[in-house]
Write a protein that binds this ligand. Sequence first.
Ligand code: ZN
Ligand code: ZN
Ligand code: ZN
Length: 242
Amino acid sequence: MIGCTCDVCRSSDPHDRRLRPSIYLDVDNGPAILVDTSTDLRQQALAHDLRRLDAIVMTHNHADHVMGLDEVRRFNVLMGGEIPLWASAATGRELRRIFQYVFEPPQHVGGGIPQISLREIDGEFTVGALAVRPVPLLHGRLPILGFRFGTFAYLTDASSIPAASWPLLDGVDVLIINALRHRPHPTHFSLAEAVAVAERIGARQTWFTHICHDLPHAATNRALPAGMALAHDGLTFTVEVG
Ligand SMILES: [Zn+2]
Ligand SMILES: [Zn+2]
Ligand SMILES: [Zn+2]
């Protein structure tokens, strides 16, 4: 946090340095997919040497999840064309408003504009041969989407899971779910709430993301149940996506 002198913000443990939440799914012999274009996308793409991008899927339109959209320009060059971006109808409307210069470009422009084809999520969809299942979540009162790829689910910015979404999470083996801090928050799961949801989902491995500076990495992990841990920037693992 800017200007903060707390133990986590001043920690020498690199696991305590957290950029905005996003994941990159690189499917063997399949597409490379980015979930959200975080404010820090440029730094993250450079740090992890991302060279390919076949599609973007958006959880919701909050600034920390979308403000890196302009960086897609570089992937247009690398991939030789526009990049499809999948979003709910509501998120798509907000993206058109926030990024008017992208979706309604002016006639005479200097400099590049990301080339994006906006696709509306209306149930399960495919990117190449990969099936992507949207999982409706609530972020306070805002409906947002988590995503399931095979036995892996990525659920961020949730504060509750609607009854109809629980069956969509049956059989999840690896889970990423948001856990902000210990104290309750109106629009994000606390750590205790996220642990309870993770126990109900029953994944073999659960990672917590979207963590604020209230949670020191090492000390928090020591207190978590087996098979659950805080995620960290640069974390990589393998999942079965079918
Ligand atoms: Zn701090
Ligand atoms: Zn949000
Ligand atoms: Zn967020």
